[in-house]
Design a protein around this ligand. Sequence first.
Ligand code: GDP
Length: 517
Amino acid sequence: MQETSADVSSRRTFAIISHPDAGKTTLTEKLLYYGGAIQMAGTVKGRKSKLHATSDWMAMEQERGISVTSSVMQFPYRGCLLNLLDTPGHGDFSEDTYRTLTAVDSALMVIDAAKGVEQRTVQLMDVCRMRSTPITTFINKLDREGRDPVELLDEIESVLKIRCAPVTWPLGMGKSFRGVYHLEHDRVRLFADGEVIEGLDNPRLDQLFPYEVEHWREQIELVREASESFDHQQYLDGELTPVYFGSAINDFGIRELLDDFTDHAPGPLSRDAGRRVAAEESTFSGFVFKIQANMDPQHRDRIAFMRVCSGRFEPGMKLHQVRTGKDVKVPRATTFLASDRSHADTALPGDIIGIHNHGTIIIGDTFTEGEKLHFKGIPDFAPELFRRVVLRDPMRMKALQKGLQQLCEEGATQLFRPLIGSEWIVGAVGALQFDVAAYRLRNEYGVECSFEPVQVFTARWVECDDAKMLERFKSRNESALAYDGTDALAYLAPTRANLDITQERWPDVTFHATRDR
Ligand code: GDP
């Protein structure tokens, strides 16, 4: 059966970005519920705790209440097929979280009304900005006392550098939260019972809220005057975000959000792979943005998560792995319909497939039907945490090196070999990654090691067109320089001040916070 391009454009591949506890899990649950993927709210949380403990590895996840295995949730909604990519956020925050954002076409941002813009959200938005990803904003927990909505929007604009176009507006907050008003539809939905009231001048509002309604009317008039109205193109360009208010746990304000999201969010976008690859092209292409190891301890295999960019994937297909130049037959792949992993029939652009392999696929790999494409923008991100590796048994050095190199290729952790000294430094974005690395080194490579603190604040990949200048830079900063797993030169700044001073002193040297694979 030939798929029409309408099927491709109906895909909405997105992620939720938020700071821990803002309500991402709760919102995910409601979205899956609306998509008919789960029967009852509560299932996503349940999945966190009810992981089958089939291995120590899984036991480790379970102990920590972390789901490393829930990755992609596909569900239908109003004629669209939504692919929600999980962005691990609590202890399991890692580079995967960042890289997942390179595989989506848009994102939903959840902000806690009491807390406003928090640090993790800032970091995730930095990644979204790299590709001008369209952002839809949901301000959550209006059933609690929170901050003034105008102040919240100001904060989003100034801290996250994106203009806000409120689409709904809250009527009251906390104990006096009465509902949301849809600025475009001129319609109120009440929090207490979901009643819909057409028009802000509707006398029904005066009748129900005689002491509050005038204030709302004044406020909304001001909001209309002072704020931007939604502009679809500016949204698609990542310059403006539509903003919705509600309460995820009370399933309030979510349908408005989801309806507009499916209408406005882009389908699979074209991507740069040396040339621009359009989703509508008939030949297959895709790239790997995440590797997950040991999902099945019996087989020690890894799953490579691939975003389909063009064409279609069919089981049994022969794919060309551009990096190695080899053709590999993919007898089966995993798809993620309705949060259940099941065998794929076909996958279209925007969809994610999981390919089993034994370490032959690495992050950033492009697969095609033969064309030498290379999808750009699946970078390594400067780690935020650093530890030095202390090996217990010096005889196991070779095994340690092999293991660390492999983990590095998978993108689980990053490896740095300082120019001076023999000690190796491992970098990660989330603290759990060190535990995972130690666990896997022990189990897969028979190496006992520990990760000890080291005085490194951040890493920057350095580049300089002037070879002589680079040599001078190297000799002056030898003690803070290292080669990463791919022999690229990195500056390991002991403190933020060091980084600032060094950057100032060497204006012709560029310091990159990300590095394209
Ligand atoms: P995550 O860490 O972003 O996934 O956040 P969760 O969805 O786990 O929510 C964090 C906490 O906030 C949980 O205790 C939720 O029950 C609570 N929560 C989520 N949404 C709301 C809401 O709309 N109102 C209130 N009062 N609490 C909420």
